[in-house]
Design a protein around this ligand. Structure first.
Ligand SMILES: *Cc1c(COP(=O)(O)O)cnc(C)c1O
Length: 562
């Protein structure tokens, strides 16, 4: 490994997925985009980090929508050699009693301000492995529970061993979600009490020492969402990697719960928004769960027209996004609206190119794009088609949709089909388009090109959500349910608007229609200056705070240095 990366101690950041750039399909959604923004900010802030993930050669999947409006999944492979350098080092991990070889790639993330970050992409596709083992790092979130456990062994145990083999000195480990928690088992084996200190009947693992080195960010606010493996499976795949009583003590009595394991082996634990940390404290009584609200990377998610404006009026915003707080006074209304129209025109052209549909840039445009899964309630907006038609009869609007469903998420796939049905039902009244293959690039075009960013998850399932933060960097206000980051970011009528009361959500559709009809559309068409004031509110009060520079400075001061 080049001296540039190993001359001093680093923070090792472990993540199952990461959105490095649009043409590297090693991510599926928000968790990976957050990981990418984490490393992009680390590059700009020159934080000494090293990231570990899987190479996911076969990618996630490429989404095509067929004539019936159904999602079709197509392979989305990539060639690591085209973007990364092969690593010479090899390590082994124990799987089903055999040694599985793990190699990898060095991807150097180059920040736009000159910073460089090493990212290690682990790869088991090596000649010394069996055909089956060679595929372990091919499919992101593919395969069954056994495949997932093996992947997590590669990530956690293989990752820790690889850093060691490459000569990295790690001062702290940071697990982005529970997928990487097996790394703690590797550390337990590495840090044991010297034999002289052994007390009979007590585990010889130096658990306090491991805890001192580990940090854990949880992203899942409901028990059912956590990765769990039956101990019989763990036994057959991982064997006696650490002794069973210790494993049960740390990872749960009945099953190996990756979240429990990470909670018990990490001194610093956090949720990804204030509300999410609160929910997590209820879910895991007895643990101290702090809150570090997520953020997005300033430069990556800001349209060139806005970046130019910020450069001119708020120089330094890319390093200190807090400066955006001055946007309200320092940038004229005309300049904000002009930049927005450029971004909107670009989206209108992209929609034309992708779908053949001509949207009208003069219409108020709503954007909704995310992972299509039940709790995100992609159908909420379409609860009452007649009502939507009535609202559009008074003031017209149009809708741009996108999102992938996990190949095995039947609810998510049905939601995509249903959206296509609604599209036809609304024909002539509300133009609706669905853009296929939601990814980083499409997200970047959508969050700046619409007028309002819509989010309607079922509380309290949305741990944070980050796409609305991307919108804020482009002066696009949110209209969203009061969950995740929006319970912190929403100042009613100032940064955008809330839907419902953040409760169990029965009345959310009604609340959404009321806001649309009585607040959002009238403001858009009848008080343009008032509208631009909300755009500025989103930039000044949301983008200045909900960015990954602030997030990483928090991790640095609260978690990494302690
Ligand atoms: C930002 C982003 C997400 C996360 O958005 P949410 O608001 O958390 O749903 C998911 N997928 C892609 C491609 C993104 O860019």
């Amino acid at each position: 490994m080049s001296r540039e990366f190993i001359h001093s101690e680093r923070i090792a950041y472990f993540t199952m997925e990461i959105a490095l750039r649009p043409d590297i399909p090693t991510y599926s959604g928000g968790l990976g985009v957050l990981a990418g923004d984490t490393v992009r900010s680390a590059a700009d802030l020159e934080l000494p980090m090293v990231t570990v993930s899987l190479v996911s050669r076969a990618g996630y999947f490429h989404q095509r929508i067929d004539e019936a409006g159904c999602q079709r999944e197509e392979p989305d492979p990539w060639e690591p050699a085209s973007r990364a350098q092969p690593l010479q080092a090899r390590v082994v991990v124990p799987i089903e009693g055999r040694d599985v070889w793990v190699g990898g790639w060095l991807y150097v993330l180059e920040g736009h301000m000159g910073g460089r970050q090493p990212v290690i992409l682990l790869d088991t596709d090596l000649e010394d492995n069996s055909t089956e083992d060679r595929e372990l790092t091919h499919y992101l979130y593919g395969g069954d529970q056994v495949y997932r456990l093996k992947q997590e062994i590669v990530l956690g145990i293989g990752g820790a061993r690889m850093l060691h083999a490459l000569g990295f000195r790690v001062r702290q480990y940071h697990m982005n979600e529970g997928h990487a928690a097996l790394l703690c088992l590797e550390l337990l084996n590495r840090y044991t009490y010297p034999p002289g200190d052994l007390r009979p009947g007590e585990p010889h693992y130096d658990i306090p020492r491991v805890r001192e080195m580990c940090n854990f960010t949880t992203h899942t606010p409901v028990e059912a969402g956590h990765d769990k493996f039956p101990y019989a499976l763990v036994q057959s795949v991982l064997g006696d990697f650490v002794d069973r009583p210790t494993l049960k003590l740390l990872a749960g009595e009945d099953q190996l719960n990756m979240t429990r394991l990470a909670l018990n082996t990490s001194e610093y634990v956090n949720g990804v928004a204030k509300r999410h940390a609160e929910t997590s404290r209820h879910l895991f009584p007895g643990y101290r769960v702090r809150a570090v609200t997520n953020g997005v990377h300033p430069f990556a998610w800001t349209h060139a027209a806005f970046a130019t404006l910020y450069d001119e009026h708020l120089p330094g915003w890319c390093h200190e996004p807090e400066l955006l707080i001055r946007a309200e006074c320092c940038i004229t209304d005309d300049a904000i609206w002009g930049a927005h129209l450029q971004a909107k025109q670009a989206l209108v052209e992209q929609v034309q190119a992708l779908t053949g549909v001509n949207l009208d840039p003069a219409l108020c445009t709503f954007g909704f794009a995310r992972r299509m899964t039940a709790y995100k309630r992609p159908d909420l907006l379409f609860t009452d088609i007649r009502r939507l038609r009535t609202i559009a009869g008074q003031r017209r609007f149009q809708i741009v949709l996108a999102g992938k469903a996990h190949p095995r998420d039947q609810d998510g796939k049905r939601a995509i089909e249903a959206m296509h049905v609604h599209m036809r039902e609304l024909a002539g009244a509300v133009p609706v388009v669905f853009l296929p293959n939601y990814d980083m690039a499409l997200a970047a075009a959508m969050v700046c090109g619409v007028d309002v960013w819509l989010n309607t998850p079922l509380p309290p399932w949305e741990a944070s959500g980050t796409s609305g933060m991307k919108a804020a960097f482009n002066g696009v206000p949110n209209l969203s349910v009061l969950d995740g980051w929006w319970s912190e970011g929403r100042i009613e009528g100032v940064t955008g608007w809330g839907i419902g009361d953040g409760g169990p959500g029965e009345d959310d559709a009604r609340s959404l229609y009321e806001k649309l009809e009585q607040v959002v559309l009238p403001l858009y068409y009848e008080n343009r200056l008032g509208w631009i004031a909300v755009m500025k509110g989103a930039i000044a009060k949301n983008a200045s705070f909900f960015n990954s520079h602030r997030m990483m400075r928090r991790y640095a001061s609260d978690a990494y240095v302690r």
